[in-house]
Unconditional design. Structure first.
Length: 281
């Protein structure tokens, strides 16, 4: 009987010890938390509120029930959002903006107090649309293409400054897509066609002007040549004209004499005489 009571007592003590160990392990586990690489923790205390000191990487202790950790990802993360904005000349433009953002590590407790863990999703789309609409409204629709580097710089500077108000750091800001509405696209196409037609008409006018000038110059040259001939004829009489005829005939005769395909045939009886001459055969 005594041994049975001892066994029961031993088992009871063992159960108590196991329970104590379990409770201790649970308390120890709830007293530890781990912060991974690229993260930082903000501690909330039930009596003191959000603590000003952030906690870095590693395993750390806290007071169970009294304190609770909130983990922030402090690495740079990409975000992309679109906006439909109106230009200075009242055209609608679709823009897509990509930003690389991260929280200001020194201001994590403030970010948690005012925005929570989802700070970027709450802030970036809102201020991104605000900045895009403000910048695009300063330009005409065609200027967004011709002055795109300036537009991008204005968007970047304005958005970086605006994000700073919420303790968010932007490492990069870029406009990745820009497109116009169907009406503006048709207007641009019609404008290009009109410009091409204007250039073609300009070329036709220039060509006609050149031809007109060439005709005037030819007419002036012919008039001057006729005047010179008339003056020369008046001074030298018809002999000048006869001399020019003789010179032209002489030049033609020389050309024919040098050509191997031309045969001179004597006229009239000279041909018969040439055939009857001894040695003609």
């Amino acid at each position: 009987m005594g041994s049975s009571q001892q066994a029961v007592s031993f088992l009871t003590n063992l159960a108590r010890a196991a329970f104590g160990l379990g409770v201790g392990a649970a308390v120890l586990n709830s007293s530890l938390y781990t912060v991974d690489g690229g993260e930082k923790a903000v501690l909330f205390d039930r009596f003191r509120g959000v603590l000003d000191q952030t906690v870095g990487e590693g395993t750390h202790f806290l007071i169970p029930w009294l304190q609770k950790p909130f983990i922030f990802d402090i690495r740079t993360r990409p975000h992309q959002f679109s906006s439909v904005s109106g230009t200075k000349d009242l055209q609608m433009v679709n823009l897509t903006l990509r930003v690389l953002s991260r929280p200001d590590e020194s201001r994590l407790p403030t970010i948690f107090q005012h925005l929570g863990l989802e700070y970027d999703e709450k802030v970036l789309p809102s201020i991104g649309n605000e900045v895009l609409k403000a910048v695009v409204a300063q330009f005409n629709a065609d200027q967004l293409l011709t002055e795109r580097p300036r537009v991008s710089a204005l968007v970047r500077d304005s958005l970086v400054k605006r994000a700073r108000d919420f303790n968010i750091i932007l490492d990069d800001v870029a406009i990745t897509h820009l497109s116009y509405g169907a009406e503006f696209s048709r207007a641009v196409e019609q404008k290009q066609v009109a410009q091409q037609e204007a250039e073609r008409s300009k070329y036709v006018v220039m060509k006609a002007e050149q031809e007109r000038r060439a005709a005037i110059i030819r007419a002036e040259g012919e008039s001057e040549a006729a005047k010179l001939i008339s003056d020369a004829t008046a001074q030298a009489g018809m002999g000048l004209i006869e001399l020019r005829k003789i010179e032209a005939l002489k030049e033609n005769a020389g050309t024919m004499a040098r050509s191997p395909n031309v045969i001179y045939v004597p006229k009239g009886n000279q041909l018969l005489m040439a055939m009857n001459m001894p040695g003609a055969r």
